[in-house]
Design a protein around this ligand. Structure first.
Ligand SMILES: Nc1ncnc2c1ncn2[C@@H]1O[C@H](COP(=O)(O)OP(=O)(O)OP(=O)(O)O)[C@@H](O)[C@H]1O
Length: 223
């Protein structure tokens, strides 16, 4: 299994006003599968993705991702575990404004100790259709182009698992469709597992499975 989560709980907020956000989530995703995560606003989709991607520690339950046991890791260990294994694409592109497109993709590779970070970053930007924009800064790129840079950054280390949280939420419909096609194409090229949060039922149909969240728990239905 690429992802095996059992009885995962997450409580945030203060001690006096705790909020139960995940209330016993079970989810298994085989390697290479694509899963769409749907559900109403506030049901806990982004929170679940955060714990599965190792961005947030769960309070209880067990989580194994890409063969690693996240359950017992502290934040530093989770950060190391993510490198090279997990790619993350979010609704807001989160590019560093003072770095060019090339640097935004290459610098994380360099930090992860991956060989030839700039050559690899240039090849990945070429693969997402931005070979002609390597030296542009984020402010000089359209929203769709910025998301392509973010996709290149997420994919450049050939991660086993890609997490995408409403990756088209800030884009118009046509640009959004192109971005979805790109995510699926790059994922296929890498043979990666994909978990994608979306409000778009049509997009969900592209995935092998649809998982629906309600009030901190998940129910499943066939895609
Ligand atoms: N740090 C926090 N402290 C307290 N409550 C939080 C915190 N972060 C999120 N929440 C609450 O957790 C619940 C789940 O949030 P989450 O963002 O995971 O939902 P979501 O399903 O992704 O929603 P959306 O579709 O609107 O993005 C919400 O009720 C939210 O207000």
């Amino acid at each position: 299994m690429a992802i095996a989560a059992h009885n995962v709980t997450l409580t945030l907020g203060s001690d006096k006003a705790p909020v139960e956000i995940l209330r016993g989530v079970d989810l298994e995703v085989p390697a290479g599968a694509s899963v769409a995560l749907l559900g109403p606003s506030g049901s806990g989709k982004s929170s679940l993705m955060a714990v599965l991607a190792g961005l947030e520690r769960a309070n209880g339950g067990s989580i194994r991702v890409a063969g690693l046991d996240f359950t017992t890791m502290d934040e530093d260990e989770l950060a190391r575990a993510r490198r090279g294994r997990i790619g993350i694409v979010l609704q807001a592109f989160h590019l560093l404004p003072t770095m060019t497109a090339l640097e935004n993709v290459a610098v994380p590779l360099e930090l992860a100790g991956i060989a030839d970070p700039f050559g690899r970053a240039a090849a990945e930007l070429e693969a997402v259709g931005l070979g002609h924009r390597l030296t542009h800064y984020p402010a000089q790129l359209s929203g769709g182009e910025q998301q392509r840079v973010a996709i290149a950054r997420a994919m450049a280390s050939s991660p086993a698992i890609i997490f995408a949280d409403e990756p088209t939420g800030n884009l118009d419909t046509a640009t959004g469709h192109a971005i979805i096609d790109l995510i699926f194409a790059r994922r296929a090229a890498l043979g990666a597992t994909l978990l994608i949060i979306t409000h778009d039922p049509e997009l969900a149909q592209h995935c092998d499975r649809v998982v629906v969240m309600h009030d901190g728990k998940i129910e499943e239905r066939a895609a």
